[in-house]
Design a protein around this ligand. Structure first.
Ligand code: SF4
Length: 239
């Protein structure tokens, strides 16, 4: 695998980035990769915060999203409000038509509830393949991941080599932020956010696989709630 950036550079930046703000991390990434980096957004609160930061740093910063075909109406609503508010050109990737038609024709409309394997098959078609297609054109991508979001994310660095996606660089500007810091930023800058957050949804995804959580529950408890916490990644963020 030939890497987009030497490991030594990524390790050095990751170490230094522990002392950087999210904006400083994004600024480094935009300068380093220019139009070869794009920010992956599912339009949760972390994502709208990062898009606001990007709009302040570089009007031409690239943003993309995966339209799985199963997103809640509220997500399309916030996408449009962000697009209009910041002039963000959102690059949309859809699943492959034939694979999606075959999945639903063979398995029905809720196959992801049958088993972890069927859920991963659906995520594979609707999310992983479109993500791989988008990343294959990039040297780096950026996410809104935070360490405290999940048991699977506690040691996440701010900058890393993404070996699961061809050795491109993955930039996670919000790794150190808490949920409260993220909301403070969004409220302070009056950034449009997904209305589902006000209905008890801390984590957003496809409508049939995401639900509101009760006070005190883990923030990821509303995602694929019928599975164990250890399986709750959709394949977008692999080691
Ligand atoms: Fe399919 Fe649910 Fe994964 Fe969306 S989150 S791609 S509906 S299994």
């Amino acid at each position: 695998m030939s890497l987009a950036v030497p490991v030594s550079e990524v390790d050095d930046v990751a170490r230094r980035a522990e002392a950087w703000t999210p904006q400083e991390i994004l600024d480094w990434a935009l300068n380093r990769f220019q139009d070869r980096i794009s920010f992956a957004s599912s339009f949760g609160v972390e994502d709208v915060a990062v898009i606001h930061m990007l709009s302040q740093l570089d009007k031409n910063a690239r943003v993309f999203t995966l339209d799985t075909g199963r997103l809640p109406a509220e997500t399309y609503d916030v996408m449009e409000r962000i697009r209009v508010a910041y002039g963000t050109k959102i690059e949309v990737y859809f699943p492959q038509r034939e694979a999606t038609e075959q999945l639903q024709n063979e398995k029905g409309f809720f196959s992801f509830r049958q088993s972890v394997e069927e859920r991963k098959r659906c995520c594979g078609i609707r999310k992983v393949e479109p993500l791989n297609r988008s990343l294959s054109t990039l040297d780096a991508w950026s996410t809104g991941l935070r360490r405290e979001q999940a048991v699977t994310r506690t040691i996440l660095p701010a900058v890393e080599i993404d070996h699961g996606h061809g050795g491109i660089v993955k930039v996670n500007p919000l790794v150190k932020w808490t949920e409260a810091q993220t909301w403070d930023y969004v409220r302070a800058h009056k950034v449009p956010y997904n209305a589902l957050h006000d209905q008890g949804y801390p984590s957003l995804g496809c409508a049939p696989c995401t639900r509101a959580i009760k006070p005190g529950e883990d923030v990821r408890a509303g995602r694929w709630w019928w599975e164990n916490p250890e399986t709750k990644e959709c394949g977008l963020h692999k080691a």
